[in-house]
Design a binder for this molecule. Sequence first.
Ligand code: HEM
Ligand code: NAG
Ligand code: NAG
Ligand code: NAG
Ligand code: NAG
Ligand code: NAG
Length: 328
Amino acid sequence: MESRSLNAVLVPLASLILLLGLTRAQLSVDYYSKTCPHVEEIVRKEMIQILSVAPSLAGPFLRLHFHDCFVRGCDGSVLLDSTSGTKAEKDAKPNLTLRGFGSVERVKAKLEKACPNTVSCADVLALMARDAVWLSKGPTWPVWLGRKDGRISLANETKQLPPPKANLTQLIQMFSVKGLDLKDLVVLSGGHTIGTAHCSSISDRLYNFTGLDNLSDVDPFLDMKYISKLRSKCSPTDTKTLIEMDPGSFKTFDNSYYKLVAKRRSAFHSDWALLTNSFTRDYVLKHANGFESEFFQDFADSMIKMGNVGVLTGSQGEIRKTCSVVNY
Ligand code: HEM
Ligand SMILES: *[C@@H]1O[C@H](CO)[C@@H](O)[C@H](O)[C@H]1NC(C)=O
Ligand SMILES: *[C@@H]1O[C@H](CO)[C@@H](O)[C@H](O)[C@H]1NC(C)=O
Ligand SMILES: *[C@@H]1O[C@H](CO)[C@@H](O)[C@H](O)[C@H]1NC(C)=O
Ligand SMILES: *[C@@H]1O[C@H](CO)[C@@H](O)[C@H](O)[C@H]1NC(C)=O
Ligand SMILES: CC(=O)N[C@H]1CO[C@H](CO)[C@@H](O)[C@@H]1O
């Protein structure tokens, strides 16, 4: 009896450690040191140019990597176009608001010129996300490289992405199936310190939270004064207007996200939900009052962890030539 129950714990534990060991062993910081030694400089140089012309793309680049990693692992599947037979992730509802695809192709094209058939689109996304944060005055981190690109992208798999209305139970569940814990959840949510949201992503909190569809049907956990402010920007049916998620500081990666969450002025119900668990609430309240460098270090650690989710390595997958289509 006893050894059986011990085995029940040890066997999955051992295979988990093995699995983590294998994935980590195959990604490495110097993966392209021989085959494409200037990969990081090439990406950085393009990113500086892209963001100097279009600074509002920093948020979208970070979000693209997140959406990539949460569906089929970080395999570039978010970048694939639909084909005649299948509707891709890109064409599913959560992805209506993704941007920056043209810039990813631009960076990839530069890399194809310097080192053909070498750097995967999944790695390009990981590097672009890191540089987007760094160029927004946030932290930087070593990007583990060597991901291969997948050949499959299915719209219905975007169900694995947390919706903005999610409660903490759902968030914990959706992160834990990706191997990400409570700390990763509260830390990575801090990514909402940069970028914008469409009115359509928040209008239910302002007008129709429980489906009653009248002016008193608001998210009870959103600061009332903030509701008025948001309503003045977003009419109930507006699908185009963008709001700054971190007003006044949406281009700067800092700890102000946690200040907003603490004041119940965050964009999404999912951000507010971080106040409903003692661990995540303590993290929010602590970092609302400073400790920015600790948040930066945590963010770097959790991004490296997210960048490892479900990666294809070695002989799995391929190095796509163009990020929006699989190789022949
Ligand atoms: C915890 C669960 C999360 C939920 C429910 C969520 C939901 C959303 C939604 C609904 C938007 C607005 C899209 C729009 O209307 O244009 C958004 C934007 C954004 N999200 Fe998240 N997100 C989550 C986690 C993350 C994570 C882990 C990251 C990265 C570390 C991230 C980074 C971003 C960024 C940077 C934007 C701004 C994009 C832009 O400027 O276009 N989010 N998120
Ligand atoms: C998702 O879509 C694919 C292709 O369209 C289909 O084969 C698969 O069964 C669908 N999966 C689910 C869970 O609906
Ligand atoms: C969270 O949301 C799910 C799905 O909507 C629901 O079933 C569950 O009861 C909610 N949990 C809490 C604690 O509110
Ligand atoms: C309000 O929410 C309900 C239920 O989710 C939905 O059926 C209805 O279309 C929404 N109204 C508007 C104006 O979006
Ligand atoms: C909103 O709808 C609910 C349920 O029908 C009703 O009780 C409430 O009085 C309505 N509020 C307004 C402002 O119309
Ligand atoms: C950026 C992008 O490809 N967005 C697509 C999201 O899905 C809708 C349809 O569901 C497409 O029309 C968009 O082009």
